[in-house]
Design a protein around this ligand. Structure first.
Ligand code: PEP
Ligand code: MN
Length: 352
């Protein structure tokens, strides 16, 4: 439930509504807005009797949020959530941001080398898994903390922000120490204890859609993170399982406008995992930008044939450069633009 205060409501009016909500046994979340303050009521499992609150001074209206997800819904907050990173990148502010990098961090030369190339092409966020959720226990599982250290070094040198995955509570605590964005992967989208922990980790969270999850499931999973007090959640459409075997997954681009209408959270698309095939990544990346995605996640490897994971879907660096040029044109055509590149001079190894 949401209590919308009149624009002339006083501090005292707001405090008194907060106190009433607490007295009723619920949690109150005041949300000051440009026009007026709203106070969210959380902790209820059904409809709340709002009579006591409605009668209070300064209250304009009570909105009963009709969706099962509350804080992520547009009813709760109409204004888009913007996630701002230390390097200045904003996700959700109406510009297209690009997270790119190899599936896995494999070594120093690989990650530092590719970071420079991606930055030169206009990416502002570097991806790379240090903890890999692999389908087979015999596949490469990632470099662990050593990989996180290399990502931090790449950030120092280039000024790129870092997004990397946490696969369990142990890796989450480590990832939160190093990363700018903590990634929760498709396989963990409904790992509710991990989501709660991510909500308390103090870093923005990239939440990927599970491969058999509905949009509603995705939004309810995001609600777990917001319910812990972390509003900085970025959703990611990365494809769902289908009956067709021509691609690894079915990239559901409809999810982008659907999420936009239901939620204020930013949503990006990952056409790399969404298709599983290098030749299909570029057309689907273009389509995702055209569909209104707030950004893209793209796997790029300096030598895809030798990649330790997901080589078949990884772009060559030059292909990534071409893609960046193309999506800049598409962004302009739909009235948006690319996130500005990382400022020259940012990062210890930056030229100038
Ligand atoms: C990844 O981004 O490397 C990854 C494993 O993605 P997903 O969770 O979408 O499969
Ligand atoms: Mn991958």
């Amino acid at each position: 439930m949401l209590v919308v205060m009149r624009h002339d409501a006083t501090e005292q009016d707001i405090e008194s509504v907060v106190a009433t909500i607490r007295e009723m046994g619920y949690e109150a979340r005041p949300m000051p807005g440009k026009q007026r303050t709203a106070i969210g009521l959380v902790g209820n499992d059904g409809k709340v009797n709002a009579d006591r609150i409605e009668a209070q001074s300064g209250v304009l209206e009570i909105i009963h949020v009709s969706q099962p997800y509350k804080q992520v819904s547009r009813e709760w907050r109409d204004e888009a959530t913007v996630v701002t990173l230390d390097n200045g990148t904003q996700i959700g502010a109406g510009e297209v941001s690009v997270m790119a990098g190899p599936c896995s961090v494999e070594g120093e030369a690989q990650i530092i080398g590719i970071a420079h190339r991606l930055r030169d092409h206009g990416a502002t966020i570097l991806r790379g898994g240090a903890f890999k959720p692999r389908t087979s226990p015999y596949s490469f599982q990632g470099m662990g903390e050593a990989g996180l250290k290399l990502l931090a070094r790449a950030r120092e040198e280039t000024g790129l922000a870092i997004v990397t995955e946490a696969i369990d509570s142990e890796s989450l605590d480590l990832v939160a120490q190093y990363a700018d964005i903590v990634q929760i992967g498709a396989r963990n989208m409904q790992n509710f204890s991990l989501l709660r922990r991510a909500g308390r980790a103090g870093k923005p969270v990239l939440l990927k859609r599970g491969m058999a999850a509905t949009v509603k499931d995705l939004l309810l999973s995001a609600e777990y993170i917001l319910a812990e007090g972390n509003p900085n959640v970025i959703l990611c459409e990365r494809g769902v399982r289908s009956f067709d075997t021509h691609t690894r997954n079915l990239l559901d681009l409809t999810a982008i406008p659907v999420v936009k209408s239901l939620s204020h959270l930013p949503i990006i698309a990952d056409p790399s995992h969404g298709t599983g095939l290098r030749a299909k990544v570029i057309p689907m990346a273009r389509a995702a930008v055209a569909a209104g995605a707030d950004g893209l996640m793209i796997e790029v490897h300096p030598d895809p044939e030798r990649a330790m994971s997901d080589g078949a879907q990884s772009l060559y660096p030059d292909q990534f450069g071409e893609l960046m040029e193309q999506i800049a044109v598409i962004a302009t055509a739909i009235g948006t633009r690319m996130v500005p590149p990382v400022a020259a001079g940012q990062g210890a190894g930056a030229a100038g």
